[in-house]
Design a protein around this ligand. Structure first.
Ligand SMILES: [Zn+2]
Length: 470
């Protein structure tokens, strides 16, 4: 697995304002300390629905929620088998949640600093004072002789808090045995302690408006840079100009800076026919709100025709981007304008390929289009704070735990997202399930092709990224 920062880590925390700051200095003039997060490092705000979800995962497991009322939380997606998110609060990672596709459940992975916020009632192991130094300093396992008490619900493989006799948290780890067996043991390891760096965690309440204020200068600076970039590119390419709009946050932020730099421009929307209703609604909302014309391609038929011929798109055979986005866009540009300049919400923090992409380019499939990325260097956090500052109408799917806007059945989605869509959007999912079943019958494929979602990947080829078209 490639583990690499796709840019500088901008995420810092102001302990006076209790907010994330995307630089070393908060607007309050206090210096902000860097928050150590796992690469690639494209952290984003947690919405109330994200916090409810995290709290329910922690409550089920430990008997109490992780996140207290009124605190700002930042999420950071971490490369994992399916889906894993680091949870930042009080200026440090207090834990994570990870989806286990085989068991169809989320698992909490707390850090010791989580014990500052929560007082776990379940999955707790109490150790004797003599055992504490080696556990704390050397991440030694909890051994049977050092065990004072173990809570009833602890099973082998469970995440547990290791606490002293007064209930203060010393470490976290994974149980190597269940509670009943542990009590009968007089030797051997009971918990494998997880090695975690010491972290400063300073809780305190704040709002996202506070965070916007704290980042005022930083946001003005990145905005200014983007505006200058847009004006320069337009000067160099005096052709019809538009903003590529997908209904996602990155294209919304791109639109906002473009409005500032160049005034109203038409929106270019590639309608794959596979968008969520909420996305169509957002495209209309944004167009109305800013009084912009929407030029759209309609490619639903192309998708289903190709699906019948080639089978469903897969991460290593993503024909959908070419068939549903690039080619129809090319055709539309050629008929409407001959050629054009499009501002696109591509960001380097999205992927390794995008990190290496130039800021102005022509896609090999769409040579009549000059693409330019004003927010190439922004993190998701810059994007969100900017959207909050502008009070722009963003897609409500973000508030419903869907953080990647696009075709609902994108093969690049994680399984956690699919499970969520099946549950929350059963009718929408049924259209896809029916299509998969029809293809399966016709080609005599086994049931697991659908059950285990084998359609998502065909071979061992690397992810196909022709679709660098946000
Ligand atoms: Zn501050």
């Amino acid at each position: 697995m490639r583990l690499q920062y796709l840019g500088k880590n901008h995420l810092h925390w102001c302990d006076r304002c209790h907010v994330p700051v995307l630089g070393k200095k908060c607007a309050c003039r206090a210096s902000a300390r860097e928050v150590s997060i796992t690469p690639p490092g494209d952290a984003r705000p947690a919405f109330p629905s994200d916090i409810d979800h995290i709290n329910s995962v922690y409550r089920d497991y430990f008997g109490v929620p992780l996140i207290p009322e009124g605190h700002l939380v930042v999420l950071n997606k971490v490369p994992d088998k399916d889906r894993m998110e680091e949870i930042v609060m009080g200026g440090t990672v207090v834990g994570a949640i990870r989806y286990l596709p085989e068991e169809k459940r989320w698992e909490p992975l707390p850090r010791p600093s989580a014990a500052l916020y929560m007082n776990p009632g379940k999955k707790v192991v109490v150790v004797d004072s003599g055992a504490i130094p080696s556990i704390r300093e050397k991440s030694a396992s909890v051994l049977a002789p050092g065990l004072v008490a173990i809570e009833d619900s602890v099973r082998e493989g469970d995440e547990v808090f290791i606490v002293d006799r007064d209930g203060a948290c010393i470490a976290v780890g994974r149980a190597k045995t269940d509670a009943a067996t542990a009590r009968t043991m007089d030797r051997g390891a009971i918990v494998r302690t997880r090695k975690v760096k010491n972290a400063t965690c300073i809780p305190g309440t704040a709002t996202w408006d506070d965070a916007v204020r704290a980042n005022e200068d930083i946001l003005s600076r990145v905005e200014e840079e983007a505006v200058t970039f847009i004006r320069n590119v337009m000067e160099k390419h005096p052709i019809q100009t538009n903003v590529s709009y997908s209904g996602g946050k990155d294209s919304l932020a791109t639109l906002l800076v473009t409005l500032r730099a160049a005034g109203p421009l038409p929106l270019l929307f590639a309608d794959t026919g596979l968008e969520f209703e909420e996305t169509y609604a957002n495209v209309d909302d944004v167009a109305n709100h800013y009084g912009l014309k929407v030029i759209r391609t309609d490619t639903a038929k192309a998708f289903w025709d190709t699906m019948e011929r080639e089978g469903p798109p897969a991460v290593d055979a993503r024909w959908c981007c070419k068939v549903c986005k690039l080619l129809p866009i090319k055709e539309l540009i050629e008929t409407e304008w001959g050629e054009c300049l499009s501002f696109i919400g591509q960001r380097k923090y999205e992927s390794f390929k995008r990190m290496k992409s130039p800021r102005v380019w022509r896609n090999g499939y769409v040579e009549c289009q000059v693409s330019a990325a004003p927010i190439q260097h922004w993190t998701a956090m810059h994007v969100w704070l900017y959207i909050f500052r502008e009070q722009a109408p963003f897609n409500i799917l973000y508030g419903r735990r869907i953080d990647r806007i696009g075709c609902f059945m994108c093969p690049s989605s994680d399984w956690a997202t699919f499970e969520y869509i099946m549950e929350e959007y059963p009718d929408l999912w049924k259209t896809w399930d029916d299509a998969l079943n029809a293809y399966k019958e016709k080609h005599d494929l086994p049931d697991i092709w659908i059950e285990k979602a084998l359609w998502r990947k065909r071979g061992d080829r690397d992810e196909d990224d022709t679709g660098s078209y946000t």
